[in-house]
Every structure is written in structure tokens, then in C-alpha cells.
Ligand binder design. Structure first.
Ligand code: CP
Length: 314
């Protein structure tokens, strides 16, 4: 693995999850692996969990950390090759990526979809630009179309808590007042397709994910039908892929206590942050079935595993 860009970089999901569990048991077992190594973290968008869990992971491996909130503090970047830079952009990705590579040993980047132009977002120009010109490994801390660190965390959380050999896992769309990217849902679907689970997705008409993501995963437009006998319910809003960026506040899709009764006393999952009583009702988030806080802890071990694999190769 040269970079950790997508779920496709996880070559053996069972083994990765077992290794992450081992790191959770002994987080300081590789405390010297990252000695004199620096993790650079560039944020084009806000974060709580990704930023702190990845820092914690790096600290567990003995790394130094440098962080920059790029959107507020960096030069406006140009990504197009051969362009005459006489407009708003001050620095080309070619120089920026090579310069940062001289200061760090691993580079982690967060850059969300802008949700204006689907083709542009799905080109992943920021992550692809850094991977093209950086001379060090790059980690995706949520890009325009994927959040693989979250998906690895989610897989670890499901394997830790499952009581059935092949649990039923349902990803359900939920309402949201703001247009959110498809990144978390895209990566969760790709991750579940790699696990031995009975997986389905449910959403209202118009919120279909890209065909290249869904593949042959069953899709239900009837949320109640999808939730029947679910062992894990993963709740997440995403804006439309077809009518790109369209959102909806259809409260009929809020995950409530009544809907959880349809399930097999399912565990609740959400990547956080979550809008209470819009996406998920208080009674469900505050119930014993909620894994959201434990899930957030697992972000550390997913990030630590990825960092460890990249450092092991250096
Ligand atoms: N789940 C997640 O990525 O959280 P943050 O946006 O707070 O990093």
C-alpha cells in the first residue's frame, strides 16, 4: 500500500480488523515505530474525531505531528496542469505537495465535496493531486467521495459487537437540513461488501448512491422492510447523487425508538457528528443499543493501523 485513499486499499479486511483489535489491546506496543517521524495533517474542512483520533494514533506510535487548517491559513491552490495562474490561485499543487513532503514522513488530508459539480467532486482533485505530487504516503481523512478511515472503524465496531456469524447490517438514509456529501455512505457500502454480512441499504427515492458504489447490494425504498430483523442499523444522511447535492428534511426517515422495535434489538451506529431528533431520536442515541461513542473510540485504532502499515513499509 503506497497511499491509503479508499476502502480498496484494504487488501484483507479480516486480517486488518484482527490487527486493529490487537492495537486496541496494546496501543503502545509499537511506541518506537514512529520515533523521529512526522505526521503532517492538512484540513480543508472542520473535524473533531478525525483530527483528534488520528493525532492520538500517531502519538501512540511515537510520531511528531504538524497540523495546518489549510482552507483558512494556506494559499489558494491550483490543481490544473499547464494553466496560466493569473486568477485567484496563488500556489500550484505541484510545489505545495513536494514542499510538504520534505517536512513530513506521512501526510493526511481532509477535503470534502463542494456539492456543486458532481464530475469535479468525483475527480477527487485535492487527494489525487497530493498523491500525484507528494513523495510520501498520503492518507485520506475524508475526501470528496470517501471516508475509508471511518469505514474501517465501522467494520471493526461491527466485528467487535456481532453475536451472529453473519449479522444483518442496514444502512439507512436520514433527514438533514444541510446538503452532506456521499463520502461516508460510499465507503461504508464498499466496506460492507468486503465483510461477511447480510447487508442492505434503504433510502427514499431520489437518494440512490452511484451504481458503481452500490453494485449488487439490495436497496429498499421501504425503511421498515429494510429494518426488519436488522442486527446493526447504521444511520447517515447523504445528499442526492442524481439531482446532485439535493437534500431533504423528511422526518418520516428519522430513526426513532418505534423503528428500532422492528429490528432484532439492533445496535445503533453513526459516524458523528449527529443532529439529535432530526437524524436520530434522543431515545435511541441515549439507549443501551447505541454504539456511537464506542465507534468514535475505534477511530484511534483504525488510524493507528493505517499509520503503522505505512511506517512499516518505510
Ligand atoms: N466522523 C468524523 O469523521 O468525524 P469528524 O468530522 O468530527 O472528524
Amino acid at each position: 500500500m503506497k497511499h491509503f485513499f479508499s476502502v480498496e486499499d484494504i487488501d484483507n479486511s479480516e486480517q486488518w480488523i484482527a490487527e486493529a483489535m490487537q492495537l486496541k489491546k496494546s496501543p503502545l506496543a509499537h511506541k518506537t515505530l514512529g520515533t523521529h517521524k512526522t505526521l503532517g495533517m492538512l484540513f480543508f474542512n472542520p473535524s473533531l474525531r478525525t483530527r483528534l483520533s488520528t493525532q492520538k494514533a500517531a502519538l501512540n506510535l511515537g510520531m511528531e505531528i504538524m497540523i495546518m487548517n489549510f482552507s483558512g491559513e494556506g494559499w489558494t491552490l491550483e490543481f490544473e496542469d499547464g494553466i496560466i495562474m493569473d486568477q485567484g490561485s496563488s500556489e500550484h499543487i505541484k510545489e505545495a505537495a513536494q514542499v510538504v513532503s520534505q517536512y513530513c514522513d506521512v501526510l493526511a488530508i481532509r477535503s470534502f465535496a463542494e456539492l456543486k459539480d458532481r464530475e469535479e467532486d468525483y475527480k477527487e482533485k485535492v487527494l489525487q493531486g497530493f498523491m500525484k505530487y507528494a513523495t510520501i504516503p498520503v492518507i485520506n481523512m475524508e475526501s470528496a467521495t470517501g471516508h475509508p478511515l471511518q469505514a474501517l472503524t465501522d467494520a471493526l465496531t461491527i466485528v467487535e459487537h456481532k453475536t451472529e456469524t453473519r449479522p444483518r447490517v442496514v444502512l439507512t438514509w436520514a433527514p438533514h437540513p444541510k446538503a452532506l456529501p456521499q463520502a461516508v455512505a460510499n465507503s461504508f457500502v464498499a466496506m460492507m461488501q468486503k465483510l461477511d454480512v447480510d447487508f442492505a441499504v434503504t433510502h427514499p427515492k431520489g437518494f440512490e448512491l452511484a451504481n458503481q458504489i452500490i453494485k449488487d447490494t439490495p436497496v429498499f425504498y421501504d425503511q421498515d422492510k429494510a429494518l426488519d430483523q436488522a442486527d446493526f442499523v447504521y444511520v447517515k444522511n447523504w445528499s442526492a447523487y442524481q439531482d446532485y447535492g439535493k437534500t431533504s428534511l423528511d422526518f418520516d426517515w428519522t430513526l426513532t425508538k418505534e423503528k428500532m422495535k422492528i429490528t432484532n434489538e439492533a445496535f445503533l451506529m453513526h459516524c458523528l457528528p449527529v443532529r439529535r431528533n432530526v437524524v436520530i431520536a434522543d431515545a435511541v442515541l441515549d439507549s443501551q443499543q447505541s454504539l456511537v461513542i464506542k465507534q468514535a473510540l475505534n477511530r484511534v485504532y483504525a488510524a493507528q493501523l493505517v499509520l503503522k502499515k505505512l511506517l512499516d513499509k518505510k
